[in-house]
Design a protein around this ligand. Structure first.
Ligand SMILES: Cc1cc2nc3c(=O)[nH]c(=O)nc-3n(C[C@H](O)[C@H](O)[C@H](O)COP(=O)(O)O)c2cc1C
Length: 195
């Protein structure tokens, strides 16, 4: 099986819950990722079908607040219809894993160039961990969605989670109730230059 080819973003889930053993396998794959200076700046908070309602209610509050605040920016309508659609998907998925950067500060903080460079490296490390999760889940017959729309409810989510770490995003996890075709990709001719 080629899990890189088979992985898809899944936006429809069956109600079937995911066994903790499988979630642990996925998180074990996450922590095998490389990280800048081996800092391993990740933390994962798993919300199950019994605990995710409250955190998602906070996300809804945050999205509504930010939508009102940003109603005049270009593309606001598209941004928030997409964000609310993501919330709907998160409500359907039986497991939501919030992903934090334990070394990061709030995106609203004024940080210097050195701190920003460190943060870029930590974000990349966490991206590698998330990709490992998605590929392991594919191998285990599970569907995933990598989510960044949590950022439109940033303050509400970190306050509910009760953390001073930086919220990077979330991963929705469950049994897929759809089998999407591959989404388009740019060709190598568009993205690669041999010099
Ligand atoms: C950093 C990142 C954030 C994303 N955030 C969201 C999101 O909030 N909601 C959503 O529906 N999809 C989200 N996606 C999924 C992308 O839309 C998806 O990966 C892309 O369209 C390609 O489709 P594929 O994953 O099926 O190949 C995100 C993906 C990445 C890598």
């Amino acid at each position: 099986m080629n899990y890189i080819n088979d992985r898809r973003s899944i936006r429809k889930y069956k109600p079937q819950i995911v066994d903790k053993k499988l979630i642990d396998e996925i998180l074990n794959a996450a922590i095998l990722a490389p990280s800048a200076k081996n800092r391993q700046p990740w933390k994962f908070i798993v919300y199950s079908e019994t605990t995710k309602d409250e955190v998602l209610a906070e996300m809804e509050k945050g999205l509504l607040k930010t939508k009102e605040k940003l109603k005049n920016i270009p593309n606001s309508e598209y941004i928030f219809s997409d964000a609310f659609n993501t919330l709907r998907i998160m409500r359907e998925a039986p497991t939501i894993i919030m992903v934090l950067n334990t070394n990061g500060s709030s995106p609203f903080a004024d940080i210097d160039t050195f701190a920003r460079m460190t943060e870029i490296c930590d974000s990349l490390s966490i991206g590698a961990a998330i990709e490992n999760m998605l590929l392991k889940a594919t191998e285990l017959g599970l569907g995933t969605l990598w989510i960044a729309n949590t950022s439109y409810a940033y303050n509400e989510l970190v306050s509910y989670i009760g953390t001073s770490a930086q919220l990077i995003g979330a991963v929705a996890l469950g049994y897929a109730d759809e089998a999407p075709s591959p989404r388009p990709r740019k060709g190598l001719d568009e993205v690669v230059e041999y010099r």
